[in-house]
Design a protein around this ligand. Structure first.
Ligand SMILES: C[S@@+](CC[C@H](N)C(=O)[O-])C[C@H]1O[C@@H](n2cnc3c(N)ncnc32)[C@H](O)[C@@H]1O
Length: 258
C-alpha cells in the first residue's frame, strides 16, 4: 500500500504553481483568524508546519522575529523559496520536514502555526506531540483546518467523499475530537472558532481532469444522498445549473503549551 506521505508528495508536487496562484489559499478568513489568535509581539521564533507555498509563513513574517517554514513536499518548499525571494522576505527559512517528526530542538520555539493541512497528516497525535515538544513553556500553537460535523454519520460521509476525490486526504476530525487530542498532547485550549471556507464549485473541486468520470459521478451521487437539511446546514449546498456550490466547515484553535 502506498504510504500517506507518498500520496501527499505525489498530490502536491504536481500543484505547486497552481497552489501559489490560488487566491482561495492566499487570503481568506482563516489566515486572519490565525493572526488574531497569535497576537504576535514581534519577538517570536515561529514555525509554520505544512507551509505549502508559504502563505501563512509570509503573513506572519512581518509580525514576528523569524519564521521557519516546513513542508513534506520538496516542490512546494521550492516554490515557497522562489516566492520569498520575489517578495524580498528576509526572515523566513525553509526546510523539508514531516509534521510528525520535526527537526528542531526541544523547547526552542515561541509560536507554531499550521493552516489547512492536518487533514492530510498520517498521525495527528504524533504531530501534536512534536508541536508540544518544540514549543517552550507558555509557547502558543495556532491551527486551523477543515473539520467534519460532530454527527458520526456525517463525519464518515464527508471523509469518504474527500478520500474518493483525493487519496492524500486522511481524516477531517470533528471539533470535539480536535479539542480532546490537543488537550491530551498537554496543551490548554485558550480560544476556538468555527468558520467556513469560501464556496467551492463542485465541478472545479472534483478535479474532472484527474478523477475518472465514474469517480466524479459517485461523488456527485454522494452529495445527492444528503438530506436537504444536511446539505444546507452543514455544507451550504446551493444549485447552479449543471454545477452546485458548497463549503466545508472549518475550525481554528489557539492552545498554550503548559
Ligand atoms: C493545503 S496545502 C498548504 C496550506 C498552507 N499551510 C497554507 O496556509 O496555504 C497542504 C500542505 O500540507 C503538506 N503536508 C501534507 N502532509 C504533511 C505532513 N505529514 N507533514 C508536512 N507537510 C505535509 C503538503 O505537502 C501541502 O503542501
Amino acid at each position: 500500500m502506498r504510504s500517506i506521505h507518498n500520496a501527499v508528495r505525489e498530490q502536491f508536487s504536481q500543484h505547486a504553481d497552481y497552489y501559489a496562484q490560488s487566491s482561495a489559499h492566499a487570503t481568506g478568513d482563516t489566515l486572519n483568524m490565525l493572526l488574531d489568535f497569535a497576537e504576535p509581539k514581534g519577538t517570536e521564533l515561529t514555525l509554520d508546519i505544512a507551509t505549502g507555498t508559504g502563505f501563512t509563513a509570509f503573513a506572519f513574517a512581518p509580525k514576528v522575529e523569524h519564521v521557519v517554514a516546513t513542508d513534506l513536499t520538496p516542490e512546494m518548499v521550492a516554490k515557497a523559496v522562489e516566492l520569498a525571494q520575489e517578495q524580498a522576505i528576509k526572515n523566513v527559512a525553509f526546510s523539508v520536514a514531516a509534521a510528525e517528526s520535526l527537526p528542531f530542538a526541544t523547547a526552542s520555539l515561541d509560536l507554531v502555526t499550521c493552516r489547512l493541512a492536518p487533514h492530510h497528516f498520517q498521525d495527528v497525535p504524533a504531530f501534536l506531540s512534536e508541536v508540544h515538544r518544540v514549543l517552550r513553556t507558555n509557547g502558543l500553537f495556532c491551527m486551523t483546518d477543515s473539520v467534519s460535523p460532530e454527527s458520526e454519520k456525517l463525519s464518515a460521509w464527508q471523509n469518504r467523499v474527500e478520500k474518493m476525490r483525493d487519496d492524500s486526504h486522511v481524516y477531517g476530525y470533528p471539533p470535539s475530537q480536535w479539542d480532546e487530542m490537543i488537550a491530551d498532547a498537554g496543551f490548554v485550549l485558550e480560544k476556538t472558532a468555527h468558520a467556513r471556507n469560501a464556496l467551492l464549485s463542485f465541478l472545479w473541486w472534483v478535479r474532472p481532469e484527474k478523477n475518472p468520470p465514474e469517480v466524479v459521478r459517485n461523488i456527485r451521487d454522494a452529495f445527492v444522498q444528503l438530506s436537504p437539511e444536511e446539505a444546507k446546514e452543514h455544507y451550504t449546498v446551493c444549485p447552479a445549473g449543471e454545477d452546485f456550490y458548497f463549503s466545508w466547515p472549518m475550525y481554528a484553535v489557539k492552545a498554550r503549551r503548559v
